[in-house]
Design a protein around this ligand. Sequence first.
Ligand code: ADP
Length: 296
Amino acid sequence: SVVVVGSTNLDLVVTTPRLPRPGETVLGENFRTVPGGKGANQAVAAARAGAAVEFVGAVGSDEFAPVLRDSLAGAGVGVRGLRTVAGPSGVALIAVDGAAENFIVVAPGANGALTDLHADDRAAIAAADVLLLQLEVPLPTVVAAAGAARAAGTTVVLNAAPAATLPGELLDLVDLLVVNEHEATVVAGVDDGQPLDALLKLVPRVVLTLGARGAAYADRDGLRLRVPAPRIEAVDTTAAGDAFTGALAVGWAERGGADVESILRWACAAGAACAQRPGASSALPDRAAIDALHDA
Ligand code: ADP
């Protein structure tokens, strides 16, 4: 099983012929609300990919809270660790223009109030095969969750998104780091085209996602792999990284980290299947869709 300790946001998305300049008002077109947040997206991705998933996070006391809770529960994600805190839920204000250019403002809201782990959360982490973390909730909570996992022998997978430099106390608890090319340079602190070598000085295993080029893996035992992504017609790559990371956690949980190449190929199929469809969380593929693209 997989436990995610992370963020949940409601994306408030409006399309507009062009983005406004500061102080300007423009008339938009469609408006829609979409459940998001890297934590919730990766939890849903892992559940759709076939794992038993528990989510530890926080929603606010507003009208968005039940939407976020129902979205997770509706995808089969366990929400016993989802608390309600006073104040607003996390939201992302997103405007998208005709050229798919966007601006995004995130107000973390309740995600910023996820400051402690309960005994039940620690028990869930201890019972899981994989703990999956991102960087959209307070860092001390991420460190505490990773510490609980390490103490219990649960594998710690960290998706270092949004990109940040990481303190040693967190890096020391990470078993597997998952980054895209931008995050790799920020975490490594160097931009020399060889991020895997620099990252292996920080953590024992690294997965680097490469968009349409697939993914790479390296570990301190000297194993190096490169797998291609399935060739697809990309429609919308939003959440492809979340689909990839959720499926990677599932593959790792099921195989105990054995046969990394197969796990990476399957995760790439999940990312590509997501990129084939419009939308973000709504485009996260189920296991049948991942298998179909993997076996194509
Ligand atoms: P992020 O969205 O976090 O920047 P990437 O762009 O590297 O991450 O995409 C994550 C994964 O999704 C890739 O490793 C790949 O497997 C898949 N993917 C993304 N874009 C494409 C694409 N155009 N064609 C095929 N697979 C893709």
